[in-house]
Ligand binder design. Structure first.
Ligand code: XIL
Length: 373
């Protein structure tokens, strides 16, 4: 017992100072949020361990570098509303508390999506698919409860996530099938209703449409433009479109990224980069359909090589040069994660490595903005 205690007394200061040293994310480095102040907000998607104190080194990076925060999973339907009469508020409450305590603008992600939504959402007590009216009522109840709970605290919501196919037409989800009833006139109704309910629940909250591959597929971007125009034609509030920007070492190219920013901004909404990361593995599927993408499918044994890290830094340089060029249209850039180990994809996609250290890519991003100032 005495020996154990003694050991703790000797080792504790060592471990603490080590974790603080690595936890600051490069104590000699400038903070991203300060470097980009006056241009756009900089943020990250936070997981439960980060906001609950179980990953203090990740929290230290977030607190130093970010002034906006998105909940990575805990506000998604299946997590926050797992059963018809049961909401799981605690993790989402922690997220909002963490963001507020650390002066970060909290973003809610997401209200209506075709994945991470329980099976019961679309079915009645006997297991039959709901009618249009019943599903709309369920959607309204969910949105009023979730948005209502954080009224005045969440700055903006991803109201509808990933409603588009790559060709720019609407994805054949249960939301579309049941609420759209196979009719062309009603195809946008599930989106319009979601925006209407969210506005009703918190009239001051910003409301966004969010999707991937808007930066690589022109038709998909045009599909997002059509959604914005439809909502505006109905007099509904929409403040922004999120370009997720799950990228790779050789995509998107500058021109198509610029096309998407300009085309979306031309509708009068703000453009946000909402889920930035860069896949280092160069083979395979390029989109961000979560049924096809995960840590295994994107793992990359060369991720730590100097050559890969240089390419990663170059791609980040190019992307941030484009963001700065279009800074009048871009209000926020959010990374999908904080450091490589807890990223949803494998390889080396973020600015901080598996040991919480800033990478070449971090310096590259700082250089872009310092050279422009
Ligand atoms: C991902 C999370 O990062 C993972 O932890 C989870 O298992 C699946 O979802 N597009 C989105 C995000 O809008 O919500 C997804 O997040 C990544 C793709």
């Amino acid at each position: 017992m005495v020996t154990k205690k003694l050991l703790i007394v000797i080792l504790l200061p060592l471990t603490t100072s080590w974790s603080v040293a690595i936890g600051t994310g490069g104590s000699d480095k400038p903070a991203l949020k300060d470097a980009f102040a006056g241009h756009f907000l900089i943020g990250g998607a936070f997981n439960r361990n980060l906001v609950s104190g179980k990953d203090p080194n990740a929290a230290a990076i977030a607190i130093k570098h970010f002034n906006t925060a998105t909940s990575e999973n805990d506000m998604k339907w299946s997590l926050i509303h797992p059963q018809p009469d049961q909401y799981n508020w605690e993790p989402a409450d922690r997220f909002v508390d963490f963001a507020e305590k650390n002066n970060m603008v909290p973003i809610g992600h997401c209200l209506v999506w075709h994945v991470q939504v329980p099976r019961w959402t679309f079915r009645d007590d006997s297991g039959n698919l709901l009618t249009r009216d019943a599903l709309l009522a369920r959607m309204k109840d969910h949105i009023m409860s979730v948005v209502g709970r954080y009224k005045g605290r969440i700055k903006g919501w991803d109201v509808v996530n990933e409603a588009l196919k790559d060709d720019g037409t609407l994805r054949n989800s249960r939301w579309l099938r049941i609420i759209g009833e196979g009719s062309e006139e009603k195809q946008y109704d599930f989106i319009a209703k979601a925006f209407e309910y969210a506005h009703q629940a918190d009239p001051n909250a910003e409301l966004y449409y969010n999707d991937y591959s808007l930066d690589t597929k022109k038709e998909k971007c045009d599909g997002a433009v059509a959604i914005v125009k439809h909502l505006k034609s109905k007099g509904l509030r929409i403040d922004g479109v999120g370009i997720q920007l799950h990228s790779g070492l050789d995509y998107p190219d500058k021109e198509s990224l610029e096309y998407s920013i300009a085309a979306l901004a031309a509708t009068g909404v703000k453009v946000m980069i909402t889920e930035l990361d860069i896949r280092t593995r160069t083979r395979g599927y390029r989109g961000a359909d979560i049924s096809r993408i995960n840590r295994q499918s994107t793992s990359d044994s060369n991720a730590a090589d100097d050559e890969t890290q240089q390419k990663l830094a170059q791609k980040y340089t190019e992307l941030f040069s484009v963001f700065l060029k279009h800074k009048n249209d871009i209000s926020r850039v959010t990374f999908w994660g904080v450091y490589d180990r807890t990223s949803w994809i494998g390889g080396s996609p973020l600015l901080f490595d598996r040991n919480y250290q800033p990478k070449q890519a971090f310096d590259a991003v700082i250089n872009v903005v310092q050279n422009e100032n």
